[in-house]
Design a protein around this ligand. Structure first.
Ligand code: ADP
Ligand code: MG
Length: 238
């Protein structure tokens, strides 16, 4: 069970407190979107879950186990970075295989896992190409493939579509929803885009100034906003 609990998370950078007592329980296989304006603390919160940043206070619990002190690679979590994090000189195959090479996986098992990921992402006929020969959407899929091969229980996405054009963003939203169904994994997706949040999420966390304004389904937020901020934010897509 890949439930993800954020218990009482606070974070300060020096004197500046950027996260205030964040308490959230995310269900196994749920697709949860963190949404809020720029600077509200979304990336910091995701980095704390991933173990790339240390919380000033609080605990991260995955599948009932406290991982607050665990190394990022031992948390069963994978963070998907934007497509420009690919290695331009390596083939698609080697880009996807990279974490498995680092883990010194036997070649046969490595090939099997990369093949599986490529099939899920419809990249099977692109494996010998270099990232520069791919479209933006295909490059994004390679970045996701690199996460899939590690078989994480929880996927984290930090604004993965923000450098794609509007049409491609729409396609990728649909692809990510399909991927969520295929992989049966818990996913946390960060965006400042209300439309993305409303169309993709099982439940949405609205963040403002480092605090949770509301945690609920898109319909709950739309029909029963907990604050003026939520009403304005959900009501006014940019
Ligand atoms: P978001 O992803 O929602 O745009 P961030 O999590 O990046 O927000 O930032 C939240 C706040 O924390 C901002 O005020 C930002 O300036 C501050 N912040 C983020 N990282 C650091 C850091 N390493 N040092 C100091 N302040 C930081
Ligand atoms: Mg951010």
């Amino acid at each position: 069970m890949a439930t993800l609990e954020l218990q009482n998370i606070s974070k300060s950078f020096g004197q500046a407190k950027v996260l205030h007592d964040i308490d959230l329980a995310i269900r196994d296989r749920e697709f949860v979107v963190f949404v809020g304006p720029s600077g509200c603390g979304k990336s910091t919160l995701l980095r704390i879950v991933a173990g790339l940043e240390e919380a000033t206070q609080g605990r991260i619990v995955i599948g009932g186990k406290d991982v607050s002190r665990a190394h990022p690679l031992d948390r069963g979590i994978s963070m998907v970075f934007q497509s420009y994090a690919l290695y331009p000189h390596l083939s698609v195959f080697e880009n996807i295989a990279f974490p498995l090479r680092v883990a010194k996986l036997p070649e046969a098992e490595l090939k099997r896992k990369v093949g599986q990921a490529a099939e899920i992402l419809q990249l099977t006929d692109k494996l010998q190409l270099k990232p520069g020969q791919l479209s933006g959407g295909q490059r994004q899929r390679v970045a996701i493939g690199r996460s899939i091969v590690r078989e994480p229980r929880v996927f984290l996405f930090d604004e993965p579509l923000s450098n794609l054009d509007a049409a491609l963003r729409g396609d990728m939203r649909v692809e990510l929803a399909q991927l969520h169904r295929k992989l049966d994994a818990t996913m946390v997706y960060v965006t400042h885009d209300q439309v993305e949040a409303m169309t993709m999420a099982d439940r949405i966390v609205v963040l403002n100034g480092g605090r949770v304004e509301q945690f609920g389904t898109p319909m709950e937020l739309y029909h029963h906003p907990a604050s003026k901020f939520v009403a304005g934010f959900i009501g006014q897509p940019n």
